[in-house]
Design a protein around this ligand. Structure first.
Ligand SMILES: Cc1ncc(COP(=O)(O)O)c(C=O)c1O
Length: 409
């Protein structure tokens, strides 16, 4: 059978949705400067779907820094992979600043988070090793597992008994040259709950393993100084390799890992998707440095983010919505229904109320679950929150249509 003919009958789990709702439910185009108010299909909307948590993306100092860096360097330099011709003083300075921000000895810049963490996992473990990860891990961790040569197993989401079972099994099967890597997330991006990092770190007393934490949503937003979920939970030193991305709180592209020097040195020479790929352009690196500096100088932005998060969450709870026990700014609104209901809610919110929210249904979440995810930002105002809560009040007959007493509890 011709490969391309076969693809038509095999659209993939998201395929039918991407073509059906193209431009509206999938691949929508939000226009105008990044912020809580943007344009969608020519209409003004209050946006709860972009991850610019601290509202740095459109900050005047950043816009100026971006412009000046683009003027100074252009977008091409440096050409080549860092290993060859793509390194610069700016790249190295950013790594030093990231290490300092993260209270780790060293940091390694990654061109993209997704490919970066995949390669980090791939590089760290070999065929003698064991890789154990949380079942709700992001696709990039699952794909990292596919690349890894190690024997892999999952533990039930945040379930320490289940993790211990896997650790016991791996420890029993270990050969003298075997090692164990546990991978989890700081913040689970769809549900907003934190990884049980403190409990996992405590298990190091009992089992021989290292831990890698993907803290994409926690970097910049959690912890008193923004250094993430480990700091928030009081176990940062126990995280052996910390992964953060610029794609959320830094509102940019690029990512990094922060760890100890011998591991950094190893990863520098072994993360294949980074070594054999062009390095980040100078304006991105220069801008990342400026953004990190700005985030450091403005801890009150994190306070405002949390204030907004609490107002939004409490308002939704008062309206009777199930917002799950989220412990981060990620605010999920859970209801019961099909993909059709999910789309109806999104459309009603966008068209009737001028509120841009995104939702997911099966196959992204289990069948029957509709999850609308709201991402608060520092720049949201009380008026934005009120307008949004008024809209959620108005759509209750739709959102609660299939809800049993049990789910609402
Ligand atoms: C938990 C998690 N890990 C990794 C990534 C990938 O990061 P990036 O967008 O920098 O490739 C994302 C999405 O951005 C994410 O949510």
């Amino acid at each position: 059978m011709d490969l391309f003919d076969k693809l038509e009958g095999r659209p993939g789990p998201l395929g039918e949705f991407t073509s059906d709702g193209y431009g509206y439910y999938t691949f929508p185009k939000l226009e105008g400067p990044i912020g809580p108010e943007m344009k969608f299909n020519g209409k003004d909307v209050v946006v709860w779907s972009v991850n610019d948590y601290l509202s740095v993306g459109n900050h005047p100092r950043i816009r100026k820094a971006d412009k000046e860096a683009a003027e100074k360097y252009g977008l091409s330099a440096p050409m080549g992979a860092r290993l060859m011709t793509g390194n610069s003083d700016e790249h190295e300075a950013l790594e030093r600043e990231l290490a300092e921000f993260m209270h780790k000895p060293e940091a390694l810049l990654l061109n993209y988070g997704y490919q970066g963490i995949m390669s980090v996992i791939h590089a760290l473990v070999d065929r003698n090793d064991f890789l154990i990860y949380d079942e709700l891990s992001h696709a990039c961790i699952v794909d990292g597992k596919q690349l890894a040569m190690a024997e892999t197993s999952v533990f039930k989401h945040n379930d320490m008994k289940s993790l211990e079972k896997q650790l016991e099994r791996a420890t029993r099967k270990m050969k003298p040259n075997s090692s164990i890597l546990v991978v989890t997330e700081g913040v689970f991006g769809m549900t907003g709950d934190l990884g049980k990092l403190k409990e996992i770190v405590a298990l190091k007393e009992k089992y021989p393993f290292r831990i890698l934490v993907d803290d994409a949503h926690g970097f910049g937003t959690l912890g008193k100084d923004g250094s993430g979920a480990g700091t928030q939970l009081g176990c940062h030193d126990g995280i052996d390799i910390y992964f953060g991305t610029f794609a959320k709180a830094v509102a940019l592209i690029g990512a990094f890992v922060a760890t100890e020097p011998r591991v950094n040195e190893f990863l520098k020479a072994n993360t294949r998707s980074q070594i054999f790929a062009k390095s980040l352009p100078m304006p991105i690196v220069v801008s990342a440095r400026e953004r990190l500096k700005l985030i450091k100088e403005n801890p009150q932005w994190r306070e405002k983010l949390w204030e907004n998060t609490k107002k939004l969450r409490n308002g939704l709870i008062e309206l009777g919505y199930n917002v799950l026990p989220s412990e981060s700014p990620v605010t999920p609104v859970l209801t019961s229904g099909s993909t059709d209901l999910c789309q109806e809610i999104m459309k009603e919110m966008r068209e009737k109320h001028g509120i841009f929210v995104s939702g997911v249904a099966y196959p992204v979440v289990p069948k029957g679950v509709v999850l609308i995810r709201l991402i608060p930002m520092t720049g949201h105002t009380d008026e934005h929150i009120k307008k949004t809560l008024d809209a959620f009040e108005a759509i209750k007959p739709i959102a609660f249509r299939n809800l049993s007493e049990k789910m609402m509890a």
